[in-house]
Write a protein that binds this ligand. Sequence first.
Ligand SMILES: Nc1ncnc2c1ncn2[C@@H]1O[C@H](COP(=O)(O)OP(=O)(O)OP(=O)(O)O)[C@@H](O)[C@H]1O
Length: 293
Amino acid sequence: MTAIQVSGLVKRYGAFEAVKGVSFEVAEGEIFALLGRNGAGKTTTVEVLAGFQRPDEGTVRVLGLDPAGQRGEARRRTGVMLQEAGFFPDLTVARTVDTWRDFTAAARPRDEALRLAGLAHKAGTKVRQLSGGEKRRLDLALATLGRPEVLFLDEPTTGMDPEARRDTWELVRGLAADGATVLLTTHYLEEAQRLASSLAILDGGAIVAAGGMAETLAAQSGRVAFRMPPGVAPDELPLPVTLEGELAVCRAEDPDLAAQTLLSWAAGRGLRLTGLDVRAATLEDLFLDRSTS
Ligand SMILES: Nc1ncnc2c1ncn2[C@@H]1O[C@H](COP(=O)(O)OP(=O)(O)OP(=O)(O)O)[C@@H](O)[C@H]1O
């Protein structure tokens, strides 16, 4: 079943087209990453999906609902964590959760919400005294309070330390394992690669790459790097390389095979390839290749 459907979405701010005909689908229970540089159109897309803005052209459906037109039902069944949260700074964390619980149908108990977000020890702390990362955790606690079927997370781990980030990944994985669909935007490519099973890269308001994470990465070339053996010219090597300082870098669809070719070539000449580094493609390679600068 498709949980999120975006078809030909266009969103303008005055004459400026921030989202230019974007289409993608997210299956139920999937974690989907929307990536792109600053200003690519990620937040705008999330705001339309969350019903805060209407599309100028195209359609979006969340759980089969029009998020702006059927806002009440869509709100009940979705959770949203945007980049800027509107908290009351003088309320404690516990009071903040209680206040939100009053407006949330079938809300989790307060203690469960705080424990899930790793904030149990901060229940009595005023919101203004939380760190940036702790505020993101509180945001997450509120976004997941109503056990949403679809969760929109706009840069959920910005400002979190590595441990909090890992905890958040665990929480998101757990929610997806329980059946929630998650759409997240992030600048941390490692986060997307670890969490998401599919992705779209936006650039200048348009999608430049999309698909399943594993297939998309498999279609990208990997990299073999090594120190150039002294006295060897690049055109003597059995595979084409580019030089990066003293390193020779070979791009290859199958980097393991390329490394074996290079090693047996070196062995045949009594040479050693030092500093050998063999890497499969990462999301960072894909991202840097696809997003123009
Ligand atoms: N309210 C607005 N009025 C005018 N322009 C806007 C408005 N909101 C966003 N924009 C512009 O639309 C484009 C897309 O913005 P958006 O916030 O969707 O990007 P983003 O990919 O989320 O960026 P970031 O990674 O920095 O959060 C940007 O060029 C931005 O300046």
